[in-house]
Design a protein around this ligand. Sequence first.
Ligand SMILES: Cc1cc2nc3c(=O)[nH]c(=O)nc-3n(C[C@H](O)[C@H](O)[C@H](O)COP(=O)(O)O)c2cc1C
Length: 199
Amino acid sequence: MNILQINSSPHREGSNSTKVANLIVAHLMQSSGEKKLIVRDLAVTPHPILDETSLAAIYAPADERTADQAARVALDDVLISEIQAADVIVLGAPMYNFGISAQLKNWFDAIVRTGVTFHYTEKGPEGLIKGKKVYVALARGGRYRGTETDCQVLHLKTLLSFLGMTDIDFIYAEGLGMGPDAVQQAFVEAQNDISAVIG
Ligand SMILES: Cc1cc2nc3c(=O)[nH]c(=O)nc-3n(C[C@H](O)[C@H](O)[C@H](O)COP(=O)(O)O)c2cc1C
C-alpha cells in the first residue's frame, strides 16, 4: 500500500491538521501488509502560486518551453506523479477563512491538469485519478460539521470527485479555538472518527 500524506498547514510545527493526519497514518500503519509512506509537507516545500508566469509555462507546448518554464512545469509533474502512485491519500486540510489554505490551493492548482488528471468527454468531465482511498484531516477553530456553512467540505468533495476520487472520509477536529477542554475534545472526536472509518 502506497500512502501519500499531504500536510497543507502554513505551520511546520504544531499544526492541528497535521496532527490529525498523523493519527490517520498511524492507524493505517497498524493494519497488516507492507506500506510505503511519502509525506509532502507544503509548509516545508511550498508550491508556487498559479500566476501569469506559471500559466504561460504550463500552456506553452512542451517542446517550446524555456528552461525556466520546463522547470516550473516539472514541479507540478512531481505532485501529479505522487498522487498517481498513491493507493491511499491522507490530506491535511486546515480551515482558513472558511476555505482551504493557500498551500492546499496551490497543490490543487498543480495537480488539476486537463488531459492528465481529468478530461472532458461528450458527457462532461471525467476524473482520471481513480481507485484511490482518501482521508481528509480537518482542523477548525469553530464547529461546522453537518451545517450549511461547511463550504470547505463541499469544496473538497467537489474537487476530489472531479478528479475521480470519490471514496472520501472526512475526519473532524473542531472547536480548536474554543479553549483547552474543547481542544482535548476535538482530538477525542477525531480519534473516534478514525476508529469508525478505518476500524
Ligand atoms: C488566518 C486564520 C483564519 C482562520 N479561519 C478560520 C475559519 O474560517 N473558521 C474556523 O473555524 N477556524 C479558522 N481558523 C482557525 C484554524 O482553523 C485553526 O487554528 C486550525 O487549527 C488551523 O489548522 P492548522 O493548525 O493545521 O494550521 C483560522 C485561523 C487563522 C490563523
